[in-house]
Design a binder for this molecule. Structure first.
Ligand code: TYC
Length: 101
């Protein structure tokens, strides 16, 4: 019997790209108390008092501050939970997300 074993003519190149990370961004407003922003940052993003204070002040002075980067799901969940914590107290505190370049 003839040799019918086929030799593949193409090689499969396995290329897995890492998922893009998403930034969680803290947005300044005129109403949320500074100390409450710090409390939310510590609770939701596991920051120390010092780290949370720096992030809060940066958003306060510049309008926005990147809090951290996560996979899309985690970034969106944390931004929603942190925003909801402010809403529960009647504050307009806002966390948004955007993909990293
Ligand atoms: N600007 C607020 C104030 O003066 C404090 C604040 C800081 C609110 C950062 C939101 O993302 C923020 N009370």
């Amino acid at each position: 019997m003839a040799n019918t074993t086929a030799t593949p003519k193409t090689r499969v190149r396995i290329k897995t790209e890492r998922p893009r990370l998403h930034k969680v961004i803290l947005v300044n407003d005129d109403f949320t108390p500074r100390e409450f922003v710090v409390t939310v940052l510590k609770a939701e993003f596991r920051m120390t008092e010092d780290q949370a204070h720096k992030v809060m002040i940066t958003a306060h002075q510049r309008g926005v501050c990147v809090v951290a980067v996560f996979t899309k799901d985690v970034a969106e969940t944390k931004a929603t939970r942190a925003t909801d914590a402010g809403r529960a107290k009647g504050y307009p505190l806002l966390f948004t997300t955007e993909p990293e370049e």
